[in-house]
Structures are given as C-alpha cells and as structure tokens.
Design a protein around this ligand. Sequence first.
Ligand SMILES: [Zn+2]
Length: 839
Amino acid sequence: MDFARTLILAVLCAACLTLAFAQRELSGSAQARQSLDRLNVVGSVLMIAAHPDDENTALLAYLARGRKVRTGYLSLTRGEGGQNLIGAEQGDELGIIRTQELLAARRIDGAEQFFTRAIDFGFTKSPQECFEKWGHDKILSDVVWVIRRFRPDVIILRFSGTPRDGHGQHQASAILGREAFAAAADPKRFPEQLKWVQPWQAKRLMWNPGSFTKEQREEVEKMPNRISVDPGDYDPVLGHSYAEIAGMSRSMHRSQGMGAAERKGSAKDFLITQSGPVATKDIFDGIDLSWNRIPGGAPVGESLAGATRTFDPENPDRIVPLLLKAEKSMAALHDPYVALKQHELSEAIVLCSGLWLDAASDKYAVTPGGSLKFDATALSRDHLAVQVKSVDIEGISPATTKDKFGGVLPFNEPQVYALNTIIPDHQALSQPYWLIEPKQGDTYTIPNQLDIGLPENPPLFEAHFHLRIESDDVEVVRPVAYRYIERAQGELTRPVVVEPPVALQWSQSAILFPNGSAKTVDLLVQANIAKATGKVQIQPPPGWRISSQSGDFHLTASGEQSEVSFEVAPPSNDAQGILSAHAKAGDQTVATSMETINYPHIPTQVLFPPANAKLVRADIRLLAKTIGYVMGAGDEVPQALQQLGADVMLLSADDLAGGNLSRFDAIVTGVRAYNVRADLRANEGRLLDYVKNGGTLVVQYNVADARNPFGGETTLLANIGPYPITTGSERVTVEEAAVQFLNPASPLLHKPNEISAHDFDGWIQERGLYFASKWDDHYQPLFETHDPDQKPQTGITLYTRYGKGAYVFTAFSWFRELPAGVPGAFRIFANLLSAGKTQ
Ligand SMILES: [Zn+2]
C-alpha cells in the first residue's frame, strides 16, 4: 500500500469510526485489513469489573484493535443503581440503556460484552454487603462460567479488592475475579457447568490499576511485577490511536455523562501480574498467539499469513482463494477456538469478495400468531463468481420462500429473496431475558444456563446465506433486523420483537390516595394490531373497592389508544397493595404493559413490565396548591405531586426569565437542575426574590463533582440558596439508615403532617445523595442520618426563612421515593412544600 493510499484510508476510517457511533462498523479495506490481522492471532483477554464505565476502554481498544486478540469485558452488573443523566429511567430501564451503551462502545473499541446475574443495588462501601445481597457463590459461578466459555489467556482485573477501589462492588469484582481465575480450572467447582464447557486455566491474572490522582500514579509506578503498554500508539490503518478510539467509545456512556476527550499522544497503562508466570515485557509473555498453538493449525496459519502478506487494498478479492484454502484447512480442526475463527473467516471472505449480505423484516414488531416478511439481499460488488445456493431464516418459527436460488449473482445488482413466516400463537414476548422471571433479591433469575453472561437477547431470526464463491462453499449469518429511515439521522436498524396484541398501562405506577376519598383510575389500552376489541379485567388488593371489575375496548387501528376508567375506593386506614389488570383480545390474554426506550445513541429497546400499579392509602396534607417545577436532568416528581391534588406546571426558560412566579405557592427544582440548566443559573436571583416576597423554594440535589461533565463546579452552584451552601459528595446508601430529628420543634416536622420515625420506613435503594458539605449559619439542618461507619451527616436537608418566604435544600432521594409511592416520603415532602405557609 503506498503512502497516499494509506492516508486516504486513514481519513476514510476516521469518518467511519466517528459515524460508527451506534450502529456502523468499519468498512472497506480498513475493515478487511483488521479482520485479516485478527485472523492471524489466536489469543484472548477478559477484563473484569463491576459497572458500565469501569472498563479501561483504551486498554480494550489497544488489545482488540491493536493487538488483534479476542477481547471481552465482563461487567458484574448492568449499572441499574446509578443516576440517569439523560432521562427519567431508573432500575430495569436504566440497566437496559447502560447495556446498550456498553454494546455501542464495544462496536467502536472492538471488544465483546458480558454480564453476570448481579444487580447494581446502589452504592456500598462493603464487598461483604455485595456478597450478602448477591450470594457469593452465585456470582462467582457466573464469572467462572464466562471464563470457561470465553477461555481467556489473560484475565485483567480493574480493581484491587481493597478499600482503595472505593465502591464495594468494585472490590467484589476483583475478589471474585481472583477466585474465579483458580475456580474456572477446577473441575470440582461448579461441576454442573461441565455439561456445556470444559475447565479453563487462564495463563495469567493481571491487575490494571486505575491511577486518577498523583498519589495513585506514584503508588502504581513503584509496584513490583509491573509492565507498561501504550494505548496512545497510533494505528495508521485506523487513523487513530487506541486512546482516541477509547474517547469515542467511552462517549457512548451518555446516561452517565461520560463524554470523553479523544486523547492524543502517549497514554501509558500499567499491568501487574498477580497470578501465573510474571510478565516482564508483554501481557502475552510466554503465550503463543499463533495458529501453531492449535493442534494441526499450522497450515491454517500459513494460508492466512500468505493472504495477509499479499493483501492489496485496491484489489482485496485477489486473496479470496487463499482464504478459501484456509477455510478448508480450518474445517478439519477440532478446537473450541476454531468455530469463532470460522465465523471471522467467512466474514473476511465476504468482505474481500465485495459482497453485501443483509436480511431485513417488513416490520419491527409482530404479535403472536402474526406474520413477518423478510427480504434477504445479496449484492456482488466485485467480479468473483458468487452463487447464492439458498437462504435459510432460522429462529422462533420456520420461514419459507417460493424464490429460486442459484445462478451467478449479477454485478452490482441487488438480488432480493422474499421469505415469509407465521409466528406461533403462544410465542413468548420479547422481554429482555434477564427480566422474564421475578428477581431474587439483588440478582436476576435466569433459568437457562446458556443465557447467563449474554449482553442481550439473541435476534429472533437469523438468515443463513449458503454461498458458493468460485468453487467453495461458504456460510454467512446475518441477524434479521428492521431497517428504517429516521429523517434527522438517516438509515437505522432496530431489533425485531414479539409484542402483545394490546398493551395495558396504568396512568401511574404508584397511585396515591392522600385521604379516604375514592379516585378515578385510568387504564390505557393500546392496540398493536388492527381491530383489537376485547375486555379488560382488573383485580384490586383485599380491602380496596372498585366500581366495576371489567371494561370493554374497541380499537380499530394499530397504535390507537383508549382509556378504560375505574372508580377505586381505598380502605379507611393506611394500606398498600397491587392493582393488576389483564385483557382478553381474541383468544389471547395479555397482562403486560409495554415500554419503548428511544435514544439516538442506541438501538430502540422495548420491554414488557407487568400491568400492575401500586395502590397507596396514606393521610397526606399539602398546603401548596400551585407548584412550579424546574425540570432538571429528568425525574418523575411532578406527576407524583399531582397525585396530592396540586396543580403542577413545568417552568420554561421564559417563565424563569420573565414569568409571574408569585402565583406559585411553591417552586421546586428537579434533580441536577442547576447542573443542566443555564437558564436556571441565569435566573437564580429571580427565584430568591420570589422567596423574599413570600414564596417557598425547594431545591433537590445537584452535583458538585469537579469531573462533572456539565461543569457543575462548586462556584456555579454558589447561589442555589439565599445564603452560601457548598454541595458535597456524601451520600447515605443504606435505605434503612436511622434518621434523627435535629430540631424536633421545627414546624416542618409537624405541619401540615405530623412526621415520625415511621415516615422513613419502606424507602427504596438509598436515603439521599450529594448532601451539603458546608452551609451558612442562617440554615437549620433538620435531619441527621449516616451509613454504618460513616460520620453523622447533617447536610441532607437545610431550612431557612428568607424575607417573607421559606427556602429548603433537600438531598433525600425524592426522585426515587415519590414515584415509587413511599407514603412517608410524600408526607415529609408535602411539609417542605408547605413551609411558607406553616410559620
Ligand atoms: Zn463502577
């Protein structure tokens, strides 16, 4: 390849990689070159940590794209317990978003993604708490399982297993990784897995310590048994260094605001051998990464090396005969590694032959009993003799075609084969596999061992193209996806799902009865098919009365919605229970709702939670009747407040800049509103004047982390209150942590609701986060709480009068507790909103 050509390729690839953001891979000769180089390398590395974003993307890109080894990242959890910076999704939904962000990142850095059954239950300082919540052996068995399936030569831990790691889940990932290094090789450990896999001894266990501070860097540089690698190395084929690619990959973690620089220049990383022979020069010291390591593999290696040597980027088809030869030699080998390489080799043959193969369905969703049409397309963009002998579409139901196969593909004219299938009447919905069964505490229930570790559901259908290229047979597999045009983004794909004929959605996931009155509760029925008619039936919990048990729906078009309303009367005393619904549509019974998660950086995701609502009866009084809400990064607090009978209005930039604020009894700022809304920061003074003139301002948590991508430095948050407040980073993660009342006489604890310790019962996930670390003496701290081994925290809620009004800063996690229908949280929050009227 001459120099000018290299440059052109590099420039093209820079564009590809950046465009690659969510859905596209490299293409053309650069991709062919990468896949050839990868074919010549027989080796693998598995990195282990706890969360989406713990992985060292630079090291992953260096290994996968630079060293061309098979590279995996095992994240114990899907990051369900974190905060979402791009929307209101939490828990299961956030886990789905983070899973897809990891997959988007992996498409860029070239690694693969795995998970265990562990759920991120929120921040903890103790690995012991993780083992209690997850079950030590259960998660160890998952780590062992992924190792036995992946068969890594080297395992890299991101953490040390000591308090140096901070988060207890980080520590647990290292402790489990270390144990699994040995256990995976021991046939006496988890012998039930040996039905599918063999024991596996990785050659070496290494630690890649994070060094974010100067002290940590100095500490790492003194560690023994240390080698360095440099992901800052430039790759002329890719047109980037691996550290730059890492910046693109890491920037996929949008729900965590991980947008990262595409770092230029040397960027050293250190690796320390912890078990196995000590590496002195290279991660792979003493490991044969050639085909010679596979018995009988030498001839394969020779053909592949020949192909790579003679590769001509302008005429990639010239090496196809050598690749076909390698394929024949490979077919004679029996080694677990070979199946993977066979797949890579078919892809390399297709690439070098200039073939384009694709399978698309006519819609992205189908109901049980419905039908799908597929277009399997083969396009020959080169002059090799390629025949499509047949296309089989395999999946949840068999596909048939009347089209004739065979004949040599014409040059540059797409050949489209039409196939059809009928979905079985009782086909299960496409729920993400880890959400099908109820959770067991903080782990997912996954009945099928073979599903464990998978990042997402396999595609419902795959197209197998049986080709004859020149005189050899090649099989190529393509997932069936739905292809569509998004006007703002261009051509996209999304996975095909099975959905119910109708989906049922309660107006709120937690429905509050703040007094003894009955309430109208709406169930939204949405049709996914034309002519959906039927009956919904609901089942209230014991002690609750309903006006009727069923209602009819008649929907004519797919996508149409109608509401069925029920009058629900609560019991006279405090009570909670589940209101469930199901629908009969034709001969199908449906008891699920349907949620679609749509963000531009990930393929559209769908999930099907049960059609349940939590009913909560509790006495809650609120004196603020009109509330202005300044939405921040996204939360569902406004809908929750409406349930108390308040009028809630979302405040726009115009409202903040010039609207009449005095009409509101209270104004609330949403989570991280001061971090994400410049218009709010610009109008801090107007909000404080509103308080001075008699209003009530309630400010929820903001972050003051210097690394916060929104530039939320402490100085920016200087005027969130009338007197100085410094936002800190303390949090209380134990949701049962005792809460003390520091000023028992404060009206905020008595009016209009009498608050007691019981109001802190039944909270979920945590008490609060990003407490104030310093504040002016004008403020009165109202509560004290702390985790075990934590200093008492008093910066969680601060109250002051200012002029004629009241100001409250509060870092309890209202954004979790209120939408979840925690009655005590409603009672306390109602008192904060009423503060201006209770003094
Ligand atoms: Zn983490």
